[in-house]
Design a binder for this molecule. Structure first.
Ligand code: ADP
Ligand code: MG
Length: 384
């Protein structure tokens, strides 16, 4: 697949711009193994880069014009480098143009324009961060071509800044960190307080495990209001407990939290505090016992999101329970909630049984047909 996309992106560049690119760069999407709604509470997340990638074929120009095109939308978008602003860009081109803008803000730009063509097999809107994949592919390309020498942490901030300021989405830095720091069969354990990251051996391949993505196709129902009210509950909980963020609480603080907080806020807080604990625990268990021992933590995360944070939906619960009944060693909903995808860590020999069982159960319950596929932990962004 990789070779096919690499060839296609080169051909696409030549077809659109009439000459050959000076190189091809790629960056992966990501999935979050564990650590949900912990990022904005300055806690821990543990995503990994996946074997679905976005490819960018790029060449510098001699003037200051930027032209971007994608297999996603055929028309070429053209803009002078110094005119990239939120209100001057629309649609998908905000991602690559935003990166060019953000590189200038963070000290990496030379003022030279470029042509860029994009090809990808990261599914859009399935919770696998096709947006970070496109940002990071363009960021590593420009970092090389502009000889900017920005390190990977800074490039992650470039992607985030592009998404926050030019796309206009108030996202954190998890997706870009996973896409830039990922390694084969490793996860990226990220501390959202100081943004320090550790690359952790997952051992899935060694142990014959694969991660199934079960995309329920449920649009994130009530996601905006639900997300805002969860954030508000976390802020109220932290303020009442007298801490700057919920990261400062541990499970030992929960009895006091139960006394001080109303019942609903308490459950929201309990999710975040125990979820942080589960992320740290997952890393420890991986190191000490290997991946076959993390199943319980994945399911505990799901239960906490279902019962305490109340962000699951019936389709996600069905996906998780069915996967576990048919041989997955751990499963949970992943992402912000109210729809989207579940993940199921599954022995290779059980992949087809789990897949067929989930499809059958969804059909029996009258749910839309889910999209089910396997991902593995892949290397981060690089030059091809
Ligand atoms: P995701 O969860 O997949 O990151 P987002 O809404 O954050 O979803 O980002 C999806 C957007 O990223 C798309 O709507 C599109 O604008 C852009 N995008 C993703 N992949 C491509 C691509 N191959 N070519 C052009 N734009 C893309
Ligand atoms: Mg995104």
């Amino acid at each position: 697949m990789t070779d096919v996309l690499k060839q296609q992106v080169t051909e696409g560049f030549t077809a659109h711009f009439g000459y050959s690119p000076s190189g091809v760069w790629s960056a992966p999407g990501r999935v979050n193994l564990i650590g949900e709604h912990t990022d904005y509470n300055e806690g821990f997340v543990f995503p990994f880069a996946i074997n679905r990638r976005t490819f960018a074929a790029v060449a510098l120009r001699t003037d200051a014009v930027v032209r971007v095109a994608s297999s996603f939308a055929q028309s070429v978008v053209e803009l002078p480098l110094d005119q990239i602003r939120r209100d001057a860009v629309t649609g998908w081109s905000a991602y690559p143009l935003g990166v060019a803008w953000a590189m200038q803000q963070l000290g990496g730009a030379t003022g030279t324009g470029f042509d860029c063509y994009i090809e990808s097999d990261v599914p859009v809107g399935a919770g696998l961060s096709s947006s970070a994949a496109i940002e990071c592919a363009v960021a590593v390309a420009l970092n090389d071509l502009w000889e900017a020498n920005l390190d990977r942490r800074t490039l992650a901030r470039v992607g985030q800044l592009a998404e926050n300021e030019i796309v206009g989405a108030p996202t954190g830095i998890m997706d870009q960190s996973a896409s830039l720091l990922g390694e084969l069969d490793h996860g990226v354990f990220l501390d959202c307080r100081d943004l320090s990251a550790q690359v952790i051996d997952l051992g899935f391949a060694r142990e014959g495990l694969e991660l199934l993505i079960i995309d329920t196709k449920v649009e994130h129902r009530h996601a905006d209001g639900g997300y805002a009210s969860r954030r508000a509950a976390c802020e109220l909980g932290a303020a009442t407990m007298g801490v700057g963020s919920l990261r400062d609480l541990t499970v030992a603080d929960l009895p006091r939290a139960k006394e001080l907080l109303d019942e609903l806020t308490y459950r929201r807080v309990r999710h975040v505090v125990t979820e942080n604990d589960r992320v740290v625990e997952t890393v420890r268990v991986l190191r000490e016992q290997g991946p076959t021992a993390i199943g319980k933590l994945l399911y505990a995360s799901h239960e906490s999101m279902r019962d305490d944070f109340e962000i699951s939906v019936d389709e996600l619960d069905t996906a998780v329970e069915t996967a576990l009944q048919h041989g997955a060693i751990g499963a949970r909903m992943t992402g912000g909630g109210f729809g989207g995808a579940a993940i199921a860590l599954t022995p290779v020999a059980k992949i087809s049984e789990v897949t067929l069982a989930v499809l059958a159960e969804f059909e029996a319950l009258g749910y839309a047909k889910p999209d089910i596929f396997v991902v593995s932990a892949a290397p981060g962004a690089h030059a091809e």
